[in-house]
Design a protein around this ligand. Structure first.
Ligand code: AMP
Length: 105
């Protein structure tokens, strides 16, 4: 089944896109838990961190570099939080990995 984020990537569902390249998209969270709440999402549909393959290493690393660059661009480099939800039965709502970037700056 196509994930919600794949539908956003293919523009089937609208979202506020803050960054995009061939491999990654970053969008504003629809229900922000902080002043800034951005989701950094690989275009490759990987359900959870537990589903990462060896050849996803570079892609996973790139998520963090994109996060760092977005934080710098938004002037929040001195105070932000990054996390993945992985507890599949509860916390992870969307089964397509995404790095949360939050800041109150
Ligand atoms: P998680 O609980 O880690 O799976 O996080 C999923 C996140 O996706 C939540 O913070 C939601 O608010 C967010 N979300 C759900 N639907 C959308 C949407 N259509 N556009 C942007 N963010 C969304």
């Amino acid at each position: 089944m196509t994930s919600l984020f794949t539908k956003i990537i293919s523009r089937e569902i609208p979202a506020e896109i803050v960054y995009e390249n061939d491999r990654i998209i970053a969008i504003n969270d629809i229900n922000p838990k902080a002043k800034t709440h951005i989701l950094i999402i690989p275009k490759k549909e990987i359900a959870t961190i537990n589903d990462l393959k060896d050849n996803d290493r570079e892609l996973l690393a790139e998520l963090f570099y994109v996060a760092k660059d977005i934080a710098k661009k938004l002037w929040i480099s001195e105070w932000y939080q990054l996390y993945f939800n992985v507890w599949e039965k509860w916390w992870q709502e969307v089964m397509h990995i995404h790095l949360h970037l939050l800041s109150e700056l």
